[in-house]
Design a protein around this ligand. Structure first.
Ligand SMILES: [Zn+2]
Length: 236
């Protein structure tokens, strides 16, 4: 199936939406963008929020859920997210636990201090939402739009990726390709072992391009260059 990818954000905070013959698939729900701005940007591309059939949330962090509640209440697509995502959503703030390096830890703590704590959102009740939970080592297939949502724990325990049949993957913050991340590694890593297993899972994907939560997309060869750093990783 032919797909068309639009980035409504920028390179540091991409905001991807994918057009398929069977409807729109939204990947994550924005960073610090209100719902009206998101809809206005969508309309400028000739698309409508009404055609969003699925929303895949790669993980629950403040910079990925800005208009989640608004989109679910206004349009109500089927939401696919990872195991533990609902609990994280109801917390209303990023969980800052362990980091990919001492530098990443210092930087994250500094950002939190400037912000006056972890990044927050309003954790509205989600019981009424149509939602599917993808287990950490499992996957969920959507035949109509030609994709699989696969567990990809590590950055967070609830992380998942979206893999379209044509070889296009959206991996969330599993990998990052811009400052302040170094060597592709995200600053926060909740589970080192799971992260390494998830990287192996990525390497085994029949994909040729990987869209990241932050930074420009990378090809397969470029993604492989992160491998030694993933291997050497020790969380702090
Ligand atoms: Zn992020």
């Amino acid at each position: 199936m032919e797909i068309e990818i639009f980035n409504l954000g920028n390179v540091f905070y991409p905001d991807y939406i994918v057009k398929t013959a069977a409807g729109l698939v939204k990947v994550d729900a924005g960073n610090a963008t209100d719902y009206e701005t998101f809809c206005a940007k969508l309309h400028r591309k000739g698309l409508s929020e009404r055609d969003i059939k699925y929303l895949v949330l790669t993980h629950v962090h403040a910079d990925h859920v800005a208009y989640l509640a608004d989109l679910m209440h206004d349009v109500g697509p089927t939401l696919l997210w990872g195991s533990g995502a609902e609990e994280n959503w109801l917390l209303g703030a990023d969980r800052l636990m362990t980091y990919s390096s001492k530098w990443a830890k210092r930087l994250s703590e500094m950002a939190a201090t400037l912000r006056g704590g972890a990044a927050k959102w309003q954790p509205l009740e989600c019981l009424g939402w149509s939602r599917i939970v993808v287990p950490p080592n499992g996957e969920y297939r959507l035949d109509d739009v030609g994709l699989r949502v696969c567990g990809l724990p590590g950055h967070t325990r609830d992380s998942v990726m979206v893999a379209f049949d044509g070889g296009v993957c959206f991996v969330g913050d599993m990998l990052m390709n811009c400052v302040p991340a170094v060597h592709g590694l995200p600053l926060l890593i909740e589970d080192e072992e799971a992260f390494k297993e998830s990287f192996a899972r990525l390497q085994a994907m029949p994909a040729h391009i990987f869209y990241l939560g932050h930074g420009a997309p990378v090809g397969k060869a470029e993604m492989e260059k992160f491998a030694p750093y993933v291997e050497a990783l020790h969380i702090v």
